[in-house]
Design a binder for this molecule. Structure first.
Ligand code: LMR
Length: 345
């Protein structure tokens, strides 16, 4: 039913509860326009590839929608921690997230863990072949039945490992308690070298290392630097043994319920902020490595070619064991895409 003047501009949308919760009247109680609020929660610092990508999305979404959309970015687990944020998205308490690809297993989409297979990609180029090709796109589509829409992939980078003792060979990991993200592939990776993997939320890593709950961890150097992990780990090895990146995701009901013009403005913001996030990821990690080096708090070790090969030979045999979890076909498709051959190292 249409009414006169200001109120006639109300868009009478049939909305799911997710979007209804995100719509706010403007100041003064007038319904002359609807403000669409997007809460974007994440667990890392604002000064990281993901944190900067989220800020860029906020800036562009607000600009392209000419103020119809307001994006609130909550970094550093200030709103939700790892596990809670997924639930919050499904419930519609937040509208956007960019969880690490290692955190989709608990949601029931285990195939994302293929990105955790050690040495599965050894360059950003290889990685992009996967994310922009059929493998990556099919994975995003698998989120839909869970009420989630996959919008894009965002890069972080390649992982280093650390402890309070040097890690130069796979044997150095034996018996060490290593913090991992909630991924069975990462669990198996460390079991393969007789380390003791332990899942912890990202927000708990610093303290767990400081108090000795775990001995070591793995992550990108930008995550080390911005969480000050290098201050509680004496030795960091730049092993590049695996990759950490993200899927930018939204609540499907929320996204599908948006007015078409707003959705296309947001799609443009997604596209451009994704290009930005992926452009800065390597520079951010290079700068963080330099900053950690300069801090002098942790010794950074660059393995020799022979040492890199020894890690590769120790870790890669576990790919086979993960066929049941990820799908032998999917793993073969990845090998074909990147040219990786586990029998030739
Ligand atoms: C983690 O170690 O939990 C990180 O991958 C967090 C993140 O989002 O980068």
């Amino acid at each position: 039913m249409k009414t006169q003047s200001g109120t006639s501009r109300i868009r009478r949308l049939v909305l799911g509860s997710a979007i209804a919760a995100a719509l706010l009247p403007l100041a003064g109680g007038s319904f002359a326009a609807e403000l669409i609020v997007i809460k974007f929660s994440h667990v890392v610092a604002a000064d990281t590839p993901k944190g900067k990508g989220a800020e860029k999305f906020r800036e562009l979404a607000e600009k392209y929608s000419a103020g119809a959309v307001k994006v609130e970015v909550y970094p550093n687990s200030t709103l939700y921690k790892d596990k809670e944020e997924m639930e919050a998205l499904q419930l519609g308490s937040v509208q956007m997230l960019a969880p690490s690809l290692s955190k989709f297993g608990p949601l029931g989409v285990r195939e994302f863990e293929l990105f955790d297979l050690p040495y599965i990609v050894d360059s950003y180029d290889d990685l992009h072949k996967l994310t922009s090709g059929p493998v990556g796109q099919q994975l995003l589509a698998r989120l839909e039945p869970r009420g989630i829409k996959g919008l894009a992939y965002w890069d972080n980078g390649f992982k280093v490992m650390s402890a309070n003792a040097p890690i130069r060979t796979p044997e150095d990991l034996k018996g060490k308690k290593m913090r991992i993200q909630s991924s069975k592939v990462l669990e198996e990776q460390f079991r393969e070298v007789k380390a003791l993997p332990q899942v912890l939320a990202f927000s708990e890593v610093y303290q767990a290392l400081q108090t000795g709950v775990v001995d070591g961890t793995e992550n990108t150097i930008s995550n080390y630097y911005t969480q000050k992990v290098h201050e509680v780990q004496k030795h960091i090895t730049v092993s590049d043994h695996g990759y950490i990146g993200y899927a930018l995701i939204t609540n499907r009901k929320f996204w599908d319920g948006l007015p078409a013009n707003v959705r296309s403005q947001l799609e443009r913001a997604v596209k451009e902020s994704s290009e930005y996030a992926n452009r800065i990821a390597k520079e951010e990690n290079d700068a963080a490595l330099e900053a950690v080096r300069k801090s002098g708090k942790s010794e950074i070790y660059m393995p020799t070619e022979a040492e890199r090969l020894a890690f590769k030979k120790a870790f890669v045999p576990m790919h086979r064991k993960m066929e049941a979890r990820i799908g032998a076909e999917t793993i073969q498709a990845v090998y074909r895409e990147t040219g990786f051959d586990p029998d030739r190292m």
